[in-house]
Design a protein around this ligand. Structure first.
Ligand code: FAD
Length: 357
């Protein structure tokens, strides 16, 4: 069996940026992607999604977005961009290939696919995102709730919820964007543990990402000097703050109980609700690394700056706060991928081999 320089798991922005960094280092990666196109989880995000960063700050290394660099692109523009990026890479990207598990094979790795195939790899990069692993916190009474419970991962648009009573749990960008959109069609409350923190999208007339760049906050290690906030602030041009201030949706402290179709609020009042929508984030979707012993007791990667602390030839790209506040964003993955490839090569002593042809 031929041994591959590097198997990259996932063909979203993280996997594609990693493939590019590996190619630039003279290595020949194989990218394995479970879906049938190399565009990450973007095709599954909700229909109205507009990015929080202008395309000027969202491009991966080596390819700019088309059009006005100051516009905030729609979801499908990102899908198109990633497909175009993948096509420019000259990398072996195998779609429809789901990795089931990664196992040790001496100092190397055996990568086992769901269809039974096995690949041998000198290094492995998990760039599998979190969309396949939605976080569902243990909320009081959730198991006794008889209405609809869904995670934001399953939300596409307001249609199915028109006229219903909906409680959205969460205080981040997705919670507020979905809550405001739904409130035009349904009666909606945002249930949050703490007040929502809004941040101006354009302080002093420039997009926030301009300021993140010039202050250095967006790059490692400066962002890590500050404590990671429990929930990312909500970027807003004024629309979301105004909607919440007007009570569409209203914001309340987290409920204290659910039972049947009844919610009990912190002030003791009760009412009937139809839907609990959990906009409670995601966790790294890396279960395929469990057989390797690369994860901690909670199933999270053991790593430092993206390099595994359990296996020298294993790395990660796209984890939240992997190296900085921008690690899990379009603008941050290229930087982290280059950094990881340098460290991975040194740690696993992988050198480009001169190939015939
Ligand atoms: C609703 C929402 C809005 C966001 N908005 C922005 C934004 O405006 N700007 C921004 O910069 N970031 C944004 N993000 C954050 C981030 O940029 C995206 O989540 C992005 O999709 C992450 O890219 P990724 O490549 O790390 O992971 P993903 O896009 O999730 O890609 C991972 C890929 O790995 C594949 N995979 C997983 N497991 C396996 C397996 N076992 N075998 C093979 N393949 C596998 C998946 O099929 C998927 O294609 C947003 C995130 C969400 C959820």
């Amino acid at each position: 069996m031929t041994t591959i320089d590097s198997v990259v798991i996932g063909a979203g922005q993280s996997g594609l940026a990693t493939a590019r960094a590996l190619r630039d280092a003279g290595l020949a990666p194989v990218v394995l992607e479970a879906r049938d196109i190399p565009a990450g989880s973007w095709p599954s995000y909700y229909d109205s999604l507009t990015l929080f960063s202008p395309t000027r700050y969202g491009a991966l290394p080596g390819l700019a977005f088309d059009g006005d660099p100051d516009r905030y692109p729609y979801r499908d523009e990102v899908v198109d961009y990633l497909l175009r990026y993948a096509a420019t890479l000259d990398v072996d990207i195998r779609t429809g290939h789901r990795v089931a598990e990664v196992l040790p094979d001496g100092p190397q790795f055996a990568v086992r696919l769901a269809d039974g195939q096995e690949l041998a790899a000198r290094t492995v990069v998990a760039a599998s995102g979190g969309f396949g692993h939605p976080h569902r916190p243990a909320l009081p009474g959730l198991g006794r709730f008889t209405g609809t419970v869904l995670h934001a991962a399953g939300y596409r648009g307001p249609g199915p919820y028109a006229g219903r009573r909906v409680v959205v749990v969460g205080a981040g960008n997705s919670a507020v964007q979905i809550g405001v959109e739904l409130a035009e069609h349904a009666r909606v409350t945002l249930a949050t543990r703490a007040p929502i923190r809004f941040v101006s999208q354009r302080p002093l007339g420039r997009d926030l990402h301009f300021w993140l760049g010039v202050t250095g906050f967006d790059r490692a290690p400066l962002g890590l000097w500050l404590r990671r906030p429990p929930t990312a602030p909500v970027l807003d041009q004024g629309r979301y703050r105004a909607a919440v201030a007007a009570g569409r949706p209203d914001r309340r402290p987290m409920f204290t109980d659910l039972d049947g179709s009844t919610v009990t609020w912190a002030d003791g009042t009760t009412e009937q609700v139809d839907v609990i929508l959990l906009a409670t984030g995601y966790r790294p979707d890396v279960g395929f690394l469990a057989p390797l012993g690369a994860l901690d007791h909670a199933g999270r990667p053991r790593h430092r700056g993206g390099l595994s602390t359990t296996h020298p030839g294993l790395g990660y790209v796209g984890l939240e706060w992997q190296r900085s506040a921008s690690s899990a964003t379009l603008r941050g993955v290229g930087r982290d991928a280059r950094h990881l490839v340098r460290r991975l090569r040194a740690a696993a002593q992988v050198r480009p081999v001169v190939r015939a042809g």
